[in-house]
Design a protein around this ligand. Structure first.
Ligand code: HEC
Length: 92
């Protein structure tokens, strides 16, 4: 039941099923990603991701490692958010 309710509210609250920076920002903060990371990790000096695809793979790796209960399009949104805020890669 809870799952159905959560799903319904997600559908109602999610304005678009595509990558959404605002949604990504909320998900990133709700999943407490910054409990391990700081801004420095995503800076050009420290980062390992070298393109959009690798950034997305890193987001997915951390998402699964930390049991973030995201749908794939939510992972897209988090990637979009991090890219806009830190990486500025061209989307391919
Ligand atoms: C338990 C600690 C921990 C948590 C929580 C965590 N991460 Fe990570 N993350 C890491 C570590 C360690 C690495 C480096 C992995 C490597 O270098 O191979 C990393 C790497 C990354 C990178 C790649 C950075 C780069 O360019 O080098 C991204 C993006 C990322 N994490 C996103 C996330 C997101 C999104 C979440 C929230 C779901 C998250 N992380 C939560 C430990 C964590």
């Amino acid at each position: 039941m809870l799952k159905i309710l959560t799903l319904t509210s997600l559908l109602l609250l999610t304005p678009s099923l595509f990558a959404d920076v605002e949604e990504g920002k909320e998900l990133f903060h709700d999943a407490d990603c910054m409990s391990c990371h700081n801004n420095e990790d995503f800076s050009p000096k420290e980062r390992k991701a070298t393109d959009y695809r690798k950034l997305h793979m890193a987001v997915d790796a951390c998402r699964f490692a930390n049991d973030a209960d995201w749908f794939d399009d939510e992972s897209d949104s988090v990637t979009e958010y991090l890219n806009k805020k830190y990486y500025n890669f061209k989307k391919k």
